[in-house]
Design a binder for this molecule. Structure first.
Ligand code: C2E
Ligand code: MG
Ligand code: MG
Length: 481
């Protein structure tokens, strides 16, 4: 009996030990799995960086600490420019590899106690505890942009180097909720994109007003085609030797039902956010070519200049649209000039050069608009098939200062030495006209000759019935051959 009881006790004790041990290991397993799941829930699976949820939590913690310790926090919202192109042309494998490389580069650039996160897609964020001066914020952003501009060497791609850029929006200081800080940084990032990408912008309160207005415009744009609310005004470009109009620039306007006429400075950035820009750009091109052909039929042989938006340049269909439009209007390609701004040449220069070369091969002229403001290097000009330099109006406006004069003269000489036709924009005074003639500038455009006008008014100018100050009225309606 005693032996039996002893054996039973040993058996029960071992069973108890076994139960305790397996419970412990089950608990350890659950803990391990929970930690793993928590990590997965808070980190991005591709890069291993904190995801949006953890970024939100960190901002919340930072804000709590910052409030009590008199410190501040800065959010750098980083969006890779034109990332879709990498995926589309080199495949998703390369795209993923690039995102991992970007994550590693950003992590290696910031301080140990900063947070680098991925918010999704090609959006990253850096959280940093301050205090920060404006200069300090600019320095950090520039450092981040510089490391991202360094070419990437990726295993999957046949290209030895892949160059990208990014746009950064910065918000700093205190807010009631973490989302507000991230939203403000996001708003500033959109401003950086609108400024031509590859740059950084610090958030300012008035940006919200701009965004609100843009969103309202975006909503109103839905019916714009059906209601025929867009229209074009035309501004003559005058030959400075003869004083006669040689070309006409087509400029877009929107007759907004509630706000009156909205100009392109406000309208184009809203259109640029969607493919509506492609449709609007196409209809401007079609209407402008139709109009100039109608003028030719009346005997006014002027050319037509049409502005091209960045989104149109990135789209292959632009070349087809131009070819079709010339065909539909029966217009000789040599009468059409497409204007691209200097800053557009800097974005995605290889694709832009290919697109402009194809357009030039059709026989149309290419003008570099707003020249002198885009900070492009002069060597860029040789890479693009440009025929015309349109010198930005700010240089003409500063003609009364000695610096202004030398800049304008240097730009005219540059155009001449490259064999390009030079056009000065924004001529408002006779003294400016005189100076441009003296310097040998070829053509000019500005309020002195005429403001942008409806087509019928321009016909009166062609006829010499609507005299203008700077232009010699034409006795012969056949303005140029
Ligand atoms: P831009 O191509 O450089 O056009 C010249 C701008 O300067 C026009 O402004 C014109 O009204 C203005 N201007 C002309 N002469 C003078 C002058 O003597 N003094 C002053 N102060 N201004 C003068 P607008 O019409 O507001 O157009 C602004 C910009 O919007 C254009 O600059 C062009 O880049 C863009 N844009 C206009 N229409 C279109 C379009 O159909 N498509 C695209 N993508 N962009 C367009
Ligand atoms: Mg233009
Ligand atoms: Mg211009």
């Amino acid at each position: 009996m005693l032996l039996g009881a002893l054996l039973l006790t040993i058996l029960l004790t071992s069973l108890l030990h076994l139960l305790i041990a397996s419970r412990r290991s089950a608990l350890e397993l659950v803990e391990e799995r929970t930690a793993e799941l928590r990590h997965q829930a808070l980190h991005d699976s591709l890069t291993g960086l904190p995801n949006r949820l953890l970024v939100d939590q960190r901002v919340y913690q930072f804000l709590g600490r910052a409030g009590s310790e008199g410190r501040s926090i800065a959010v750098f919202f980083i969006d890779l420019d034109d990332f879709k192109r990498v995926n589309d042309t080199l495949g998703h494998g390369t795209g993923d590899e690039l995102l991992r490389a970007v994550a590693a580069r950003l992590s290696a650039t910031v301080r140990d106690f900063d947070t680098v996160g991925r918010l999704g897609g090609h959006e990253f964020v850096v959280l940093s505890e301050g205090p920060f001066s404006e200069e300090g914020l600019n320095l950090v952003a520039e450092r981040l942009l510089t490391v991202l501009r360094e070419p990437f060497r990726l295993g999957h791609t046949t290209m030895s180097h892949l160059s990208i850029s990014a746009s950064i929006g910065i918000a700093s200081g205190l807010r009631d909720y973490p989302e507000e800080l991230l939203r403000d940084a996001d708003t500033a990032m959109y401003r950086a994109k609108a400024m031509g990408k590859n740059c950084h912008v610090i958030f300012a309160q008035e940006m919200h007003e701009v965004v609100k207005r843009q969103m309202a415009l975006e909503r109103d744009l839905a019916d714009v085609f059906a209601n025929r609310e867009f229209f074009i005004v035309y501004q003559p470009i005058v030959d400075l030797e003869t004083g006669l109009p040689r070309d006409v620039e087509a400029l877009l306007r929107w007759r907004h039902p509630g706000r009156g006429v909205v100009g392109p400075v406000e309208l184009i950035p809203v259109l640029e956010t969607s493919d509506l820009m492609i449709d609007v750009g196409r209809s401007v091109l079609m209407e402008a070519c139709r109009q100039v052909k109608a003028w030719h039929d009346l005997g006014y042989r002027v050319g037509i200049s049409v502005n091209v938006a960045a989104r149109q340049l990135r789209h292959d269909v632009l070349i087809d649209h131009v070819r079709e439009t010339l065909g539909a209007a029966s217009l000789d390609a040599s009468y059409l000039t497409l204007e691209v701004t200097e800053s557009m040449l800097m974005i995605d220069s290889v694709t832009t050069a290919q697109c402009l070369t194809a357009l030039s091969d059709l026989g149309v002229h290419i003008a570099i608009d707003d020249f002198g403001t885009g900070y492009s290097s002069i060597s860029y000009l040789r890479e693009f098939p440009a025929d015309i330099l349109k010198i930005d109006q700010s240089f003409v406006a500063h003609l009364d200062t000695s610096d202004g004069t030398s800049f304008l003269d240097a730009l005219i000489q540059l155009g001449k030495s490259l064999g390009l036709l030079t056009i000065a924009e924004g001529i408002e005074q006779m003294s400016q006209l005189k100076h441009l003639k003296q310097e040998g500038c070829d053509w000019a455009q500005g309020y002195l000759f005429a403001k942008p006008l409806p087509a019928e008014k321009l016909e009166q100018i062609f006829n010499g019935c609507l005299p203008t100050e700077g232009m010699i009225p034409s006795a012969d309606p056949c303005l140029s051959s």
